[in-house]
Design a protein around this ligand. Structure first.
Ligand SMILES: NC(=O)c1ccc[n+]([C@@H]2O[C@H](COP(=O)([O-])OP(=O)(O)OC[C@H]3O[C@@H](n4cnc5c(N)ncnc54)[C@H](OP(=O)(O)O)[C@@H]3O)[C@@H](O)[C@H]2O)c1
Length: 135
């Protein structure tokens, strides 16, 4: 990411896995973004501990609550981000939050398929629609 410079970036599903690693990579750049917004569902929970450890070392890191299947949560997250950006817009949005449910023809259920669709398809759409646009 050495030559990849952004003023602000938001990564959804950033408390673990690929999302957490992306956040770390942005923070460790020689010229890190002014703002790195890392969303997770439960910032107070044990699964957010690694993110919280990073906050203590990186004042440009902001943890934002975001549940991808809840439009109200996404709207609240956008408002929180805007408090920091103050109209300057978000440079980069990484819609990383998502789920995979490996199933067979026999074990798959409509409920499971709906959850995957709500999280990994509708979620990114709603996040895109709420993102603070560039001026
Ligand atoms: N790893 C792969 O090989 C691979 C391959 C193809 C695609 N992908 C996609 O790449 C993305 C990251 O993969 P990964 O391996 O890092 O996944 P992961 O370790 O399972 O992490 C998924 C992240 O998404 C969050 N998340 C799940 N459901 C959510 C919801 N309803 N609202 C908000 N956040 C939610 C999780 O939060 P919680 O901790 O709260 O559950 C977690 O932070 C996923 O979208 C995955 O489908 C991964």
């Amino acid at each position: 990411m050495a030559g990849f410079n952004v003023h602000s970036v938001l990564v959804t599903g950033a408390n673990r896995g690929i999302g957490l690693e992306l956040v770390k990579q942005f923070l460790e750049k020689s010229n890190p973004p002014e703002w790195v917004f890392a969303t997770c569902r439960d910032p107070e929970g044990q699964r957010a501990q690694q993110l919280k450890n990073l906050v203590s070392r990186h004042p440009n890191l902001v943890i934002v609550v975001l549940e991808a299947t809840d439009p109200a949560s996404i709207k609240a997250a956008a408002a929180r981000v805007e408090e920091h950006l103050k109209g300057s817009g978000l440079n980069l949005l990484i819609n990383n939050a998502g789920i995979v449910r490996l199933n067979t023809l026999e074990s798959e259920t409509p409920e499971n398929m709906s959850l995957v669709y709500a999280t990994s398809v509708k979620g990114p759409l709603l996040v895109n629609q709420q993102q603070p646009s560039l001026p």
